[in-house]
Design a protein around this ligand. Sequence first.
Ligand code: HBI
Length: 98
Amino acid sequence: MAIHTLTDAERAGALENLPGWTHAPTRDAITKSFRFKDFSAAWGFMSQVALAAEKADHHPEWTNVYNRVDVLLTTHDCNGLSARDVALAAVMDGLAGE
Ligand code: HBI
């Protein structure tokens, strides 16, 4: 089945098991700010996420400042929030140890 933006019902449950993730205010997306011990830990996290993202062919929008990684997940292929974003958010939480 083609990828689709989440329905209202799907959205209602999407963030229940994703602590710290919120809907982005100006885009159909979810965001989270991760904090780490230092730059090395933040970069290690990003490296692991990059490999998982490439494998899934689904990639985050993100910025890094020292120990902080700000992430926004949305799906360009359907122009909005999809199950792929929810799945990648769960992978990121796992890799961050959350
Ligand atoms: N990453 N976040 C995100 N959204 C997409 O729609 C997407 C992606 N990575 C690769 C990808 N789509 C491919 O299907 C092609 O569109 C490049």
